[in-house]
Design a protein around this ligand. Structure first.
Ligand SMILES: [Zn+2]
Ligand SMILES: [Zn+2]
Length: 286
C-alpha cells in the first residue's frame, strides 16, 4: 500500500485544486492520501466529490502552533470537522490577518505615524492584508524610504516596535482540541531546521505525554541522520512514525508519494480516530 499523509491544495498554499490533487494521487499509484491544508478543511468536499476509485482519502488539516516562541505545525487527522471548539480555533488562526494588521496600525499610531486602516486596505486591494501593505503605507507617508526599510526593529520586523505576532495555537491546546474532536495528532517535520528554530526533544517528550500520537520522520526537510535520530526518539517515546511528501503542487519541488507511511502505522491512525473515517473513492467525476 502506498500512503502519503501530508499534502496541500489551493484551499491553502498548494497549487493544485483538491480535485486535481486526488486525480494526480491516483495517477501516480497512491492508495491513500491525506489532504492537510493549513488551518482549514475547506478542500475536503471537492476532494471527496472527485475521489477516483481505488484511492482512499484521509481528511485532515495542518494546524499552525507556537511553543515558547517557536512556530511548529501539527497534523490533525480524521477529526470531526464540525466540532465547534476546534473549528473556532481554525477560524481564529485564519481570520487573524485583519485584526493583526489593525493592531500594527494602532501601534504605529501610538508611535506618532498617521497611517490609517483605509490607506492600508486601499494598498492591499483584493489581496489579504499583510505587513508588505503596511510597509508600503509607511513609504507613502515618507516614514521610511523603501518597503525594506520598514522591516527593521524600529518598525515591522519580527519583534519590532510596531510588530504583532500572528495568532498560533499552543500545541498542548491543539492536542486537547484535536483529541476532543476525535482526531489523531502528528507533529509535522519536527526537525525542519531550514524553516527556523525547532522545538527541543524535551518538548516533544512533553507533547507525547500530553497525548501526541506520532511524529513525521520521513520528510524532505529531514536529512538521513535526522531521520535516524527522530526514529530513535519516537521509539523511546512510544510515538508513531509517519512519512509524507508535504506536496504543494508546483510551489515546492517534492512529488506526491516522495515519502510514505507504513501501512501498519496508517492502520493504527485509523483505529485511534473517532471523529471521521477514511473514505474510499467510488470513482468520482474524472
Ligand atoms: Zn508544515
Ligand atoms: Zn505542510
Amino acid at each position: 500500500m502506498r500512503i502519503d499523509l501530508h499534502t496541500h491544495s489551493t484551499a491553502s498554499d498548494g497549487t493544485d485544486s483538491p480535485a486535481d490533487l486526488v486525480r494526480k494521487a491516483a495517477a501516480v499509484g497512491l492508495d491513500v492520501i491525506a489532504l492537510t491544508d493549513h488551518d482549514t478543511t475547506r478542500g475536503h468536499a471537492e476532494a471527496l466529490a472527485a475521489l477516483p476509485e481505488g484511492l482512499t482519502l484521509v481528511t485532515g488539516a495542518e494546524l499552525s502552533c507556537r511553543l515558547d516562541g517557536v512556530s511548529m505545525h501539527m497534523l490533525a487527522y480524521l477529526f470531526d470537522p464540525e466540532e465547534p471548539r476546534l473549528l473556532a480555533e481554525r477560524e481564529l488562526v485564519r481570520d487573524d490577518r485583519v485584526p493583526r494588521a489593525q493592531g500594527m496600525i494602532a501601534k504605529l499610531n501610538g508611535l506618532g505615524v498617521p497611517v490609517t486602516w483605509e490607506q492600508v486596505r486601499r494598498i492591499a486591494g483584493d489581496g489579504s492584508v499583510g505587513r508588505p501593505h503596511i510597509a508600503t503605507a509607511l513609504v507613502e507617508l515618507g516614514v521610511v524610504p523603501t518597503v525594506n526599510d520598514a522591516f527593521t526593529l524600529d518598525w515591522l520586523a519580527d519583534g519590532g516596535r510596531a510588530h504583532m505576532q500572528k495568532h498560533e495555537t499552543d500545541p498542548f491546546e491543539a492536542l486537547r482540541l484535536v483529541k476532543g474532536a476525535g482526531g489523531v495528532a502528528v507533529f509535522a517535520h519536527p526537525a525542519a531546521s531550514k524553516r527556523g528554530r525547532t522545538v527541543p526533544e524535551a518538548a516533544i517528550a512533553e507533547l507525547a505525554e500530553a497525548g501526541l500520537d506520532g511524529i513525521e520522520v520521513d520528510h524532505m526537510d529531514h536529512d538521513p541522520d535526522t531521520r535516524a535520530r527522530l526514529r530513535g526518539l519516537a521509539q523511546e517515546l512510544g510515538l508513531l512514525v509517519t512519512g509524507s511528501s508535504d506536496y504543494h503542487g508546483s510551489r515546492k519541488t517534492c512529488v506526491l508519494g516522495e515519502f510514505m507511511t507504513d501501512p501498519e502505522v496508517y492502520g493504527e491512525i485509523t483505529r485511534r480516530a473517532t471523529g471521521a473515517f477514511p473514505v474510499p473513492g467510488a470513482g468520482g467525476a474524472r
